[in-house]
Design a protein around this ligand. Structure first.
Ligand code: 0L1
Ligand code: MG
Length: 260
């Protein structure tokens, strides 16, 4: 694919994010036969664009980490994107409304040592994790009516929009992370519940898959990366003024209010 088309895809998606408006999916508007490799190239340009603007990467994020989502999208591995510093909101804070946000309860990993694939296992991930902490991810696909294919969502940085991390940091050895339960409530009503096992059987599996996917392009997970491992729960569409709370066994509560 020519670099011009990759740039066109990046500019198209940046405009959607900056102007807070839906766009028709890339595979309809620009390139119907966009491959996974090309989609990650477009994502890399989008990430570079944000770095050039002075934003800093907090860490990668994993998306589509449940078997149910794989079946829904006809895929057999998760996807990744990147979270930036400007996308962080304090626990209890107000999340600026963008396009059509959805919330997910996730477990995040603060990485203590570089993790370089291939062949990384969940046990190796856990040995190199400094802390785990709870999070709410706010995803906000730029695509009209959430109508997208796998390659569209990869190019769109895996729908990343905002992240709220909780304040409880625990050593992963203190838990069976696959057994950690979570509830996700909106305006005081529980709307979703789940457990760590919903994330590829164990959230550390998602981080191991990430290390092995990054290794294909000669990259690794870095010490200090703060990584979202994927949703324990389904994603819930939220509106302006909604109060969102995620409660995790042993990891406390994360809250946010959807602003304007
Ligand atoms: O974090 C996620 O799992 C989101 C992946 C992208 C799909 C979506 O926007 O629903
Ligand atoms: Mg997510």
């Amino acid at each position: 694919m020519s670099i011009e088309i990759i740039k066109q895809i990046k500019d198209y998606l940046v405009a959607g994010e900056v102007e807070k408006r839906e766009v028709v999916k890339v595979t309809t508007a620009i390139k119907p036969d966009l491959t996974v490799e090309e989609a990650y190239q477009a994502q890399e340009l989008l990430v570079q664009h944000k770095l050039d603007e002075g934003h800093k990467i907090v860490g990668p994020k994993m998306g589509l980490t449940s078997k149910a989502k794989w079946d829904q999208m006809g895929v057999s591995e998760p996807i990744y994107g990147y979270v930036f510093d400007y996308q962080l909101v304090d626990n209890g804070g107000v999340v600026p409304f963008q396009i059509h946000p959805k919330v997910e309860a996730e477990i995040a990993f603060l990485i203590g040592e570089d993790i370089e694939g291939p062949g990384i296992t969940a046990a190796q991930v856990l040995a190199k994790t400094e802390y785990v902490l709870p999070a709410i991810e706010v995803i906000d696909s730029r695509y009209e009516n959430f109508n997208f294919t796998l390659t569209d969502v990869i190019a769109d940085n895996a729908s990343t929009s905002r992240v709220v991390f909780g304040n409880t940091l625990r050593k992963p050895s203190e838990f069976d992370l696959e057994l950690v339960g979570a509830t996700l409530s909106v305006n005081g009503k529980i709307r979703e519940l789940g457990a760590g096992a919903a994330v590829l059987g164990h959230p550390a599996n998602a981080i191991a898959v990430l290390a092995n996917m990054l290794a294909r392009k000669g990259e690794k997970i870095k010490k200090g990366d703060l990584i979202l491992s994927g949703a324990l729960t389904g994603a819930i569409l939220v509106n302006v003024g909604d109060f969102v709370s995620a409660k995790f066994d042993g990891l406390g509560e994360v809250t946010l209010t959807m602003g304007e």
